[in-house]
Design a protein around this ligand. Structure first.
Ligand code: EPU
Length: 418
């Protein structure tokens, strides 16, 4: 089992080019199923979740190959409409292949995407929306069997909550459906816009993405294209938090500055100097960070992103004063706090609230990554801590960060994979 060994206490300083977005690449990979031709995806991050997605594509008959950060996916012939349980369980976002398979083949059998790191992650909104579009869904023996009689039709769908995955599944199912689909209370995350950008490049007719009302006009046929995946705003938030935590200085290149605004506006309140151009973020944090006065509430975009909660917390544990988080998206997203406390942090968690009283310093410790962003938060805290930290179960971190130790070393940090 691999571990990360971190010798903390060094200021991160340097230039880093941001990886492509995992949460954008995954639905785009699913969307290639709808084209029936070759698609070339550039700026595709090399991550275990991306390889899990390619195993699903291979299993249903597509051909995927990777060369550096370019993925070539051909979906000319689909030979299988069931996705085996072991592939569904490899990552939770496997569920977005359901909408894409329905759009392509009109049928699909999947299993629930499995037990959970962040609390219950039901798919009721996904299934209710697909049913509205004429999909017949039977759930039995852990399998979800979806069939349609004829072409799937468009529908007017109002989501009870702007779920990212449900919005993606509806879009994927609707782009080749008969007629118009309207999604009200749609998720507005930048990754939704990236998915729609890809689909438009394949000939789909979609408008309103990035807003709460998305309108899709179904097209009988789409075609292949070449598309560049957007930069990863959460990896960006992570490297900025690591730099702030170590009182360092970074030039983050290939950044999606607009998409990161909700995070940057909060980070700036810690006293860091932040300057941006269209695709570059410069951050300097010369002295001890200041705690954030206002409660940091995670919300759907354009609110503060839940995926950046843990990494910002890692920077705030050594800030001057008390900061308060309110986690509103997932039930169990404070699992990293025990590890931060083991390293010397003062954190009290009560339900959705976490109160962080800044301490003077952290000390290295042996910790275990609990989930992707929680693991990244431990890495950030370890870089700021005195002494050596060993992080185990880094398979969680590898799901979302491309060679995290190389990125950190390129900023002058001491992190090694053993
Ligand atoms: N929800 C339901 N029913 C549904 C769907 C969602 O109750 O049918 C609930 C969830 O349980 C959760 C909330 O709605 O409490 C938000 O879930 P959402 O569907 O928006 O999230 P997701 O699509 O499962 C994506 C990202 C997550 C990110 C969230 C929120 C991907 C692959 N995953 O998940 O990313 O936290 O949106 O922005 O895009 C990560 O990258 O570490 C990660 C967890």
């Amino acid at each position: 089992m691999q571990k990360l060994i971190v010798n903390g206490g060094k200021r991160l300083r340097g230039e880093l080019s941001l990886q492509g977005s995992k949460n954008s690449a995954l639905p785009v990979m699913a969307a290639t199923l709808l084209c029936g031709e070759e698609c070339v995806l550039t700026n595709c991050p090399k991550l275990s979740d991306i390889y899990a997605a390619s195993r699903i594509l291979n299993c249903v008959g597509c051909r995927c190959s990777f060369s550096g950060n370019t993925a070539v996916i051909s979906s000319e012939s689909i030979t299988e409409s069931s996705i085996p349980e072991e592939l569904m369980l490899e990552m939770r976002s496997s569920i977005i292949f359901l909408g894409a398979m329905l759009g392509r083949a009109g049928e699909c059998t999947v299993s629930c995407p499995g037990g959970c790191e962040l609390g219950p992650r039901p798919i009721d909104m996904h299934l209710a929306a697909l049913r509205k579009m004429g999909v017949n869904i039977r759930e039995s023996g852990g399998k979800i069997v979806c069939r349609t009689a004829g072409r799937i039709h468009g529908a007017k769908i109002s989501l009870p909550f702007p779920s990212v995955g449900a919005t993606e599944n509806i879009i994927l199912c609707a782009v080749k459906a008969e007629g118009e689909t309207i999604i009200n209370n749609a998720a507005r995350e930048p990754e939704i816009c990236d998915l729609c950008g890809f689909l438009r490049a394949c000939g789909a007719e979609i408008s309103g993405d990035g807003e709460s009302r998305i309108v899709i006009n179904g097209k009988a046929k789409l075609h292949g294209c070449e598309y560049s995946i957007m930069p990863d705003r959460i990896a960006g938030a992570t490297y900025l938090s690591m730099t702030a935590a170590t009182r360092g200085e970074i030039v983050l290149k290939n950044a999606c500055v607009g998409a990161m605004e909700p995070f940057l506006s909060v980070l700036e309140q810690t006293g860091c100097s932040i300057f941006t151009t269209e695709d570059t973020i410069y951050l300097r944090s010369g002295s001890r960070l200041k705690a954030i006065n206002d409660r940091i509430r995670t919300m759907p975009h354009p609110g503060f992103p839940t995926d950046a909660q843990a990494v910002l917390m890692a920077a705030l544990v050594t800030a001057e004063g008390t900061s308060v988080f309110e986690e509103n998206i997932f039930d169990c997203r404070y699992r990293h706090t025990d590890a931060l406390v083991k390293m010397g942090a003062d954190i009290q968690v009560l339900g959705k609230i976490a109160v962080i009283k800044g301490v003077e310093k952290l000390c290295g410790a042996n910790v275990e990554a609990t989930d992707l962003r929680g693991g990244a938060a431990m890495a950030a805290a370890a870089l700021a801590a005195e002494g050596r930290t060993e992080i185990s179960k880094i398979c969680h971190i590898d799901r979302g960060y491309e060679k995290i130790e190389e990125a950190v070393r390129c900023l002058g940090g001491d992190m090694e994979r053993v």
